[in-house]
Design a protein around this ligand. Structure first.
Ligand SMILES: Cc1cc2nc3c(=O)[nH]c(=O)nc-3n(C[C@H](O)[C@H](O)[C@H](O)COP(=O)(O)O)c2cc1C
Length: 201
């Protein structure tokens, strides 16, 4: 059985990947955030009106590619014709060439919601071309938070706090329990609460 720990991923953290399906006979890849609850299955929430969800529901199989960097995410969204694909080994789906790692997966459950459907899939094949760092938004967001922190003297306190809280919200979503989460909270704690809540005391 595939063990996703070999990719260096953390349980419940969200990684930015390329999900690929066949669409009208041709390959189609789109960026999707993917997490694993148990290192053998993956989960994701996909917009109900997307071509990708259509493709997944039709084939019940797809691939999840881990990009080398944000360039492949950009290419998939804005320059899809620049992606090259090969057929996956074990499932009826395409995979983009040149990625760090590819999971071939089969759907085990779908849970529709009002806007997005939760898709759970079992990993049936996994390959990687060596060690890499799966793409997660927490580190770049902490970097942005640190830059903002250095501007504290010239930024309005409420704007600063609001922006840092937004970074913290996303970091908590994509990397719960991480040192990135602790670090961004450390920046927020010394800041005074917004005037509204202070005036209620
Ligand atoms: C970094 C990144 C992560 C994304 N994550 C998701 C996601 O988890 N679920 C989703 O439905 N769309 C996500 N999107 C948006 C889809 O890629 C976008 O809606 C896409 O255009 C729709 O796909 P389609 O071509 O299959 O219709 C993400 C986009 C980016 C840039």
């Amino acid at each position: 059985m595939a063990d996703l720990r070999s990719l260096g991923i953390e349980r419940g953290w969200i990684y930015e990947t390329l999900v690929s399906t066949y669409r009208a006979g041709g390959p189609h890849a789109t960026p999707i955030g993917v997490w694993s609850p148990d290192f053998s299955t993956v989960e994701m929430e996909i917009y109900n009106d997307s071509k990708t969800l259509d493709g997944i529901m039709a084939a019940k199989e797809f691939t999840i590619g881990f990009p080398r960097g944000v360039e492949e995410i950009h290419a998939a969204l804005l320059h899809p014709d620049s992606l090259k694909f090969t057929p996956a080994r074990s499932v009826d789906a395409p995979e983009p060439a040149g990625l760090c790692a590819v999971l071939e997966v089969r759907v085990v459950a779908t849970t529709p919601g009002p806007r997005r459907t939760l898709v759970a899939a079992a990993v049936v094949d996994l390959r990687t071309d060596g060690p890499f760092r799966p793409l997660n938004r927490a580190a770049p967001l902490l970097l942005e938070a640190l830059v903002l922190h250095t501007r504290a003297a010239v930024v309005d306190r409420e704007t600063l706090r609001r922006q840092l809280l937004e970074y913290a919200r996303v970091i908590t979503k994509v990397a719960p329990g991480s040192r990135y989460e602790a670090a961004v909270r450390e920046l927020i704690e010394p800041l005074p609460p917004p005037r509204d809540s202070a005036s209620r005391d």
